[in-house]
Ligand binder design. Sequence first.
Ligand code: ZN
Length: 322
Amino acid sequence: MTLSNLKTKFMTRNDCYTAGRTITPKGIMVHSTVTPGVMAGSWFSRWNKSYRAGEINRQVCVHAFLDDKEIWQYLPWNHRGWHAGGAANNTHIGFEICEPAGHSFRGATMVGYDVKKNEAYFRAAWKNAVDLCVFLCKKYGLTEKDIIGHAEGHRKGIASNHADPDHWFPKHGESMDSFRAAVKIGLKNPKNEDFYVGDIVKIKDAANRYYPNGPQIPSWVKSTNHKITQNRSNGKTVLRGGRKAVLLGKKIHKRTGDESPGIMTWVDKEILELVDVEKEEKGAAPEKLYRVQVGAFGKEENAKALMGRLQKAGFDAYMRYE
Ligand SMILES: [Zn+2]
């Protein structure tokens, strides 16, 4: 599998990002936007805002949005998101599938949705969603059984009462069950490759040249992360200095995940190592945060009552016993 269309840009202005809480992902929650025609890249400017600073009227953030072309990652995968409206935020990575333009809603029901016209879009977005889930399952040791839709989450009591994506998938003859089945197939077909297009890598400290007898590596190239943008050329493995090489076509900012044009050099795979972006981000940015404590209680019920009031008022409050 490849995730060649995965792009990363963290919503560092969103209060969810600055809350800086991490999770150990135990599952994946599938959402759809219920916002016709707004594609994945457009959500950055909509949601990279602070609720506390009065820039947005919702406290919401999700790990990724995807459409028929791109997957945009907006939070580190192991960052606690605000997508489920329930306990699933503590365990689940959440992503949104963008809905195509042309329909409206009456309650949770799609009105004027043109199935035939949207079939190609749906299939491409579906494939991106399956590929993303395969990627995440491999990364976190999950299986298709760990994937649920938002509506399923509600029925399990770990998410708010939304219908997505069950209001949409059946229009194309699909369901969360058939989605899980597609991920299962994806997990069974691992290509025997050590690096994928889309992987974030860095150059090992010990390396001096891009490949045997190749150019020397400037030190700044080693101090940044890179994204693999090609691992083949015209369908064939590329050799440099007799070694299998991949193309580093993008630079990735260590803290923000921002992409910029890369070194565009084919590099010996042996001198590369995968970067755990989440770990790096935490290590590279020992950002201190001002945390506000509202109260300390001897009785759990009193603490819970205050937390309930804070949550009702729109704060992502949490409780700790120490
Ligand atoms: Zn949802």
